[in-house]
Each structure stands twice: as structure tokens, then as C-alpha cells.
Design a protein around this ligand. Sequence first.
Ligand code: C5P
Length: 404
Amino acid sequence: MSQALKGQRILLCVGGGIAAYKSLELVRRLRDAGAQVQVAMTAGAQQFVTALSFQALSGQPTRTSLWDSAAEAAMGHIELARWASRVLIAPATADLLAHLAHGLADDLVTTLALATTAPISVCPAMNHIMWKHPATQANLATLRARGVQVIGPEDGPLAEGESGPGRLSQPDAIVAALAGAVPADAPVQGPLAGLHVVVSAGPTYEDLDPVRYLGNRSSGKMGFAVAQAAARRGAAVTLVAGPVTLETPPGVTRVDVRSAAQMRAAVFGAFPADIYIGAAAVADYTPRMPAPNKIKKSSESLALDLVRTPDILAEVAASEQPLKLVVGFAAETENVAEYARGKLIAKRLDLIVANRVGIPDGGFESDRNAMTAFWKEGQREFPCAPKTELAEALVELIGERLRA
Ligand code: C5P
């Protein structure tokens, strides 16, 4: 287990969502990792779980109100805000994120968040429509720009019976992300220090009906490895992940999405950034109208009416965003160099990484691959190696191209 949280004083602020029950487990995991934990709850949180449960698990009194005179006499809210070496807000509801983004301080949790100088991490959890709402995404962008770490949410079934991005990340994933986050007071090192890197990874799923989708074969391994390698070199990394079953790399902020349209919104929502790496296998077509009910197999053939998805990479490269480098991937079955160079020009990229699909020891599900990177004036071969090693070498090359 990582030692990063050993001796940390974590102020866990619990917001009012059904996911609050998972925060009980989170207290246990944080203590297992060697941290001291004190818990503050919003009024909404107390509708879902009790202060007593948190008290039993944290071994410390749970704080529930700004106006508790006994608690204020012992450890006032300002002292509690100063005590924390880290503030973790889980679950962070849409309303809580809005309060934080705007600096409102009308209860204990929001006051603590404003009164602390400790690094803040938020773990959003909400209905998927609330998550995708531009207001929520704008609030997240504000918080990110202020250095707040955003952990999750995950994609999957939600409490209200729907499915989509909005589930609170699993306690283990939250602890790992927290442990991997670079402490605010630690010197930031590495060739990508101080840069914000946005990476897209995995496939997108385009729903045909409530049970079927169109998607690409993609494990997301390469994109996740690239995100990890960039974080290891000091970058602040936002990883926009399609539906994959991979752990979030340490120190990386992950946003889970399902469709190409959601991926586009999440990528642009994560900007401003210095580098964009489009490693996702985005579906090129999506149903014009997903069927509201399961399509019946009543005829011998079925014609699908599909429309093009947005080309996220090309849009990013053509946008007004002040990006220093835009990197694309190209999976090809033939004429790899020719097609890759064509895409480099057509999509106005700074770098494109091409790999041949169908080689015996590489490809989608494999942990290994071989690839060639092309830029306007040159190219570099990366012989077959584990994807983690390729990612390290690729991020080195990205650093070189930045300095070129
Ligand atoms: O043109 P092609 O789809 O082969 O280009 C692959 C590159 O473009 C990848 O980097 C992929 O992430 C990106 N892409 C995208 N949006 C699409 C299709 C591809 O960002 N709709």
C-alpha cells in the first residue's frame, strides 16, 4: 500500500447524496492507509447516514453544524480547517460543487472549504443529467482551474434506475487518487511540470436501443498508460475515459463518459489545457435516433440510420484553445505511414502515433504494441514493447516536441 497518506490529517466532508453510505467505507480505507480522519456533514448528508456511524469509524466526533457551541469551544471550524492537511469532499453533489465554485459559505462544509489552505479533492456524485448540465461542468472547470482535484465520477447504474456518468468513485479508487495527487506544497518536478494534459482513452459506445450499442474494440490501456506517464512527469492530467474496466492511474483526474458526444463535452469541459492527446477510439457513427425500446428481430435484415460523430481531435486542433501540442493516434491495417501522415495534415496535428492493427503480438486487448510517431519534419519508431513502456517513451517524445 502507498505510504503517501500516512500521517495525513484528512477532513472528510460528506455531502447530501445517496452515495454518502460509501463514505463510511472511505473512512475505513483512509485510516487503513495511515491517515487521521475527521468528518463534517452537510444537513443533506445526515438524511442519508448518521453522524454516529462516522464517529464510530473515524474515532473522532463528527461535526454537523456551524452553530454547535460545544464543538466550537473544543475545536472551532477555523481550527478544524487549519488542522486539515487535505480536504476530501465525498460525495460532492451538484449543489455543493456550485457553492464551492462560487465561494458561498452558508453551512459548516462550505465554510470549512473556504477557510482551509489545504489541497481540496472533490468526488462528484449525482444524476447523470445533472452531471452533464453545462452549469455543473462550468463549476467543475472553475474548481479545476483553482487547483481542486476532481476524482470520478464513474459511469454505471445510478440509484434512480438510470445509467450514466454520476456514480461516486469506489473508495479504493478515491484513496488511490488522493495518495497519488501531488501535494500542494511539494516541489513540482519533471519535464511536464505545471502543464495541464488532457488525454482521451478507451472506446465510445453509441446506443442503438436500451440494450445494444455500436462501439470500437479498445481496452483503453494505451491512453491510461499515457495519462500515467504524463502525471509521473509532473503534469496535471485529466483523463476522459470511455467505458473501460481500468483503474485510474495515481494522481490522475478521471472523467468517465460513454458516447462520442459526451466525450467531446468532457474534453472541452476540461480545457484550458497545454496538451491534448486523443488516444480514444471514438465511434465514427452514431444512430440518428436511438430506439426508445428494444429493437425486435422481426425482419431478415435491419438498416441502421447513422450519422457522423463529431471529430473531437480535429475540432480540438482547429479550436481557438491555446494548446501547445495536439497529439492523435491512428490505427491502420495497411499503408500505415501514408495514412498517418495524411491525418497529421488533415486534422492539423503536431504529432500522430500510428500502429498497425492485426500484428501478432500487439493490438487492442494486448499489453504490448509497436508504433511509429510522425511529425511534420520527422518520425520515430517504437519497437514492440509493453504499452506502459511505449507510453513512457511517447511522453518523452512529447516533451522533446514541446521544447523543439
Ligand atoms: O480519422 P481516425 O478516426 O482514424 O483518427 C483517429 C484519431 O482521431 C484518434 O486520435 C482519435 O482519438 C481521434 N478521433 C476523434 N473523434 C472522432 C474520431 C477520431 O477524436 N470522431
